[in-house]
Design a protein around this ligand. Structure first.
Ligand SMILES: *[C@@H]1O[C@H](CO)[C@@H](O)[C@H](O)[C@H]1NC(C)=O
Ligand SMILES: *[C@@H]1O[C@H](CO)[C@@H](O)[C@H](O)[C@H]1NC(C)=O
Ligand SMILES: *[C@@H]1O[C@H](CO)[C@@H](O)[C@H](O)[C@H]1NC(C)=O
Ligand SMILES: *[C@@H]1O[C@H](CO)[C@@H](O)[C@H](O)[C@H]1NC(C)=O
Ligand SMILES: *[C@@H]1O[C@H](CO)[C@@H](O)[C@H](O)[C@H]1NC(C)=O
Ligand SMILES: *[C@@H]1O[C@H](CO)[C@@H](O)[C@H](O)[C@H]1NC(C)=O
Ligand SMILES: *[C@@H]1O[C@H](CO)[C@@H](O)[C@H](O)[C@H]1NC(C)=O
Ligand SMILES: *[C@@H]1O[C@H](CO)[C@@H](O)[C@H](O)[C@H]1NC(C)=O
Ligand SMILES: [Ca+2]
Length: 579
């Protein structure tokens, strides 16, 4: 402060000396010039925003939109938030937004919509945001996270409107194909063109971030068009639609009827089993830290009889022998009677998520015979078996039928293992939580393994990171508290400041801790990503508004794992090495 004044004073003094010598008329011109100069100077930094705002209008976007496009809404956002009423797929909206232009575009010929956030201060990046599950709607919340990285953010509604667990909307081929890939592909192509017109400037880099269905969408777009992205962050991809959905029905058949002695029909059973798995398998990776970092060692050693009512002294939520036989089927790969692998088995440590597909659905809908999430709905709608079809009618022939329909018509499955020319064009960071059973993590590893099988070494452009102790896309069980946050899709908004969050909190918004920033560095600066430090935070108050750092640990490029150096603080990333 002091130094600033010292610098300015010598400049001002001669100015006042000059003013004293001017007559009144000259003084007037002097002040007019000063005011003009000042107003030019203050408007200068805003002029970009002002020019941008002037093109943030329905008239402008309508004037540049091609035929078949309806510009539904254009809003210049200056108050930091944006809301789209009636969005049942994504009913939570972002806050803390920078000044931006929000646009909703409708492709009326193919019947899908997409949204874009075009920030005033644009860093020439274009970021496509993935969707979740079979939800229909524009994912504004994650676009809000994405736009804070400085690029344009885009998401599609995938061509329909729907909420949790609902597949009844999928009763036309157009809707199925839109969800499969078409809505996203068309949205990206047009979204890129509109972006370049709006800013009068080329997009420098195109990125993708998505988890679950979003992970599948990212892989699918790369497989359809290797030029679509320069980098993709792929979380827990539900890439194998034609096998994942029959697997869900297969699980149901192992557990029906609900009151059978073998049925896994109570959430407490899963907590009991998870606690036992943690107890037996946590030490098998060499460090007792409540994290199962080597589920493969667990697979070899775990003794399930310890939860049995007839063996354990602890009768709280104990298991029948028949129920443990069902659990063994869950852990095993689903292989048909003629030997075809349909789906990799559940991972040890993922038991808290078994209820997603085994317990009554969130949106329990008796009129649709939906007992559980998705129960039979894929077969009824995507496979046109009709609304009366029951999972009790499931048999292995459904697998072949699902394959045929997906391959011939819908093409949702992203099972191209040769990523072809994308290798010379872009980079992929893929990750999966080892406690994920919504998209069982072994099947994510399987995708990576198959790619390596087909392409050989892929580390030059494709790196896979397992996240020990992480559930589906984000979160960790309370008795695990593994580091899991890496600033990827869906993660930032799980922790304060929630709807206005982005990246990793408490100042860890850098490429060492944020997978999207790491990806950008890899793509733009050629900085190879050999580890990403994951973080876990504790809430410090009951209202969950404040956090402190609990622990951090590096995630390693598969098949490397993090090894403790034997002496440092285990909660500190520096005490671990990838090897
Ligand atoms: C598809 O379902 C919608 C309701 O979601 C209904 O309005 C429409 O008539 C159905 N179309 C067909 C072809 O069954
Ligand atoms: C509308 O969507 C269809 C299907 O994706 C696509 O072929 C067409 O080019 C799109 N129209 C425009 C103007 O983007
Ligand atoms: C606004 O749109 C017009 C017409 O397309 C274009 O000439 C102008 O460059 C745009 N303004 C900005 C700031 O991009
Ligand atoms: C028995 O198992 C339950 C469920 O896992 C657990 O909460 C409880 O602490 C156990 N009791 C004893 C005495 O170990
Ligand atoms: C297998 O299931 C399909 C679909 O429910 C059904 O059409 C077929 O008849 C079943 N096959 C056998 C042998 O039960
Ligand atoms: C993937 O490959 C590794 C190394 O070849 C192997 O140990 C692992 O079991 C495979 N996992 C899956 C799920 O295919
Ligand atoms: C991280 O956040 C701080 C504070 O918002 C900001 O100053 C900094 O530029 C951010 N870092 C990166 C890499 O974006
Ligand atoms: C975070 O919570 C765990 C227990 O859940 C506790 O052991 C640990 O000390 C806490 N860490 C901090 C930094 O508060
Ligand atoms: Ca451990």
């Amino acid at each position: 402060m002091q130094r600033d004044l010292d610098l300015v004073a010598p400049l001002i003094q001669p100015l006042f000396a000059y003013i004293n010598e001017l007559d009144l008329l000259e003084m007037m011109w002097f002040w007019i010039l000063i005011i003009l100069a000042a107003s030019l100077a203050t408007s200068w930094p805003l002029s970009l925003a002002q020019r941008q705002a002037s093109n943030c209008s329905i008239e402008y976007f309508t004037s540049i939109a091609p035929a078949g496009i309806h510009v539904e809404r254009v809003q210049y956002v200056t108050a930091g938030f944006f809301v789209e009423t009636g969005n049942i797929g994504y009913p939570t909206f972002p806050t803390g937004l920078p000044e931006l232009c929000a646009v909703i575009i409708n492709n009326i010929t193919a019947n899908y919509r997409f949204g874009m956030f075009l920030p005033d201060e644009w860093n020439s990046r274009f970021l496509t945001i993935g969707s979740y599950s079979f939800f229909g709607g524009i994912n504004w919340l994650e676009m809000g996270v994405g736009v804070k990285y400085g690029g344009v953010a885009l998401a599609t509604d995938t061509g329909h409107s729907s909420g949790v667990g609902d597949i009844t909307w999928a009763n036309t081929t157009l809707k199925q194909v839109n969800w499969a890939y078409q809505a996203l592909q068309g949205s990206i192509y047009l979204g890129k063109a509109l972006t370049e017109a709006y800013y009068g400037q080329h997009i420098a880099y195109s990125y993708f971030t998505g988890c679950s269905t979003g992970g599948r969408q990212g892989l699918k777009q790369i497989q359809l068009d290797p030029n679509v992205f320069d980098g993709a962050l792929i979380g827990a991809p539900a890439w194998d639609t034609k096998h994942l959905m029959p697997w869900l029905s297969k699980l149901a058949t192992w557990n029906l009827p609900e009151d059978a002695s073998y049925s896994l029909n109570d959430a407490n059973l899963f907590s009991r089993l998870q606690a036992e798995v943690l107890k037996q398998c946590d030490p098998l990776d060499g460090v007792k830290d409540n994290i199962i970092s080597s589920p493969s060692a667990c697979r070899q050693k775990f003794d399930i009889t310890k939860v049995r009512c007839d063996i354990s002294g602890n009768k709280t939520s104990c298991w029948t022998k028949a129920q443990t036989e069902t659990a063994k089927k869950m852990y095993a790969d689903y292989v048909t009677s003629d030997g075809q692998l349909v789906y990799k088995g559940s991972e040890y440590g993922s038991e808290l998520e078994w209820g997603t597909f085994l317990l009554p659905a969130v949106a329990n809908d008796n009129s649709q015979n939906v007992r559980r999430n998705f129960d039979g709905q894929y077969e009824r709608y995507f496979m046109s078996y009709g609304s009366r079809w029951q999972t009790t009618s499931y048999n292995d022939s459904v697998v072949k039928d699902a394959e045929a329909r997906d391959e011939k018509i819908v093409q949702a499955t992203a099972d191209q293992f040769d990523l072809g020319s994308f290798r010379n064009k872009g980079k992929i960071i893929m990750y999966g939580g080892l406690a994920d059973n919504v998209v069982p993590v072994q099947h994510t590893t399987y995708y990576y393994n198959r790619t390596v099988e087909v392409m050989g070494y892929v580390g030059d452009f494709f790196r896979y990171f397992q996240i020990p102790g992480m559930r589906h896309c984000w979160g960790t069980p309370d008795n695990v508290k593994a580091p899991w946050m890496i600033g990827s899709t869906g993660q930032s908004v799980q922790r304060p400041p929630y709807a206005s969050a982005w990246s990793v909190p408490l100042g860890f918004n850098d490429s060492g801790h944020d997978a999207l920033l790491a990806l950008m560095d890899w793509v733009e600066k050629g900085r190879t990503v050999s580890q990403i430090i994951a973080s876990e935070f504790n809430f410090t108050d009951d209202t969950r508004q404040n956090i402190v750092l609990h622990r951090q640990r590096p995630l390693c490029v598969y098949p490397k794992t993090a090894q403790w150096n034997g002496k440092g603080n285990q909660n500190d990333a520096a005490s671990w090495r990838c090897q």
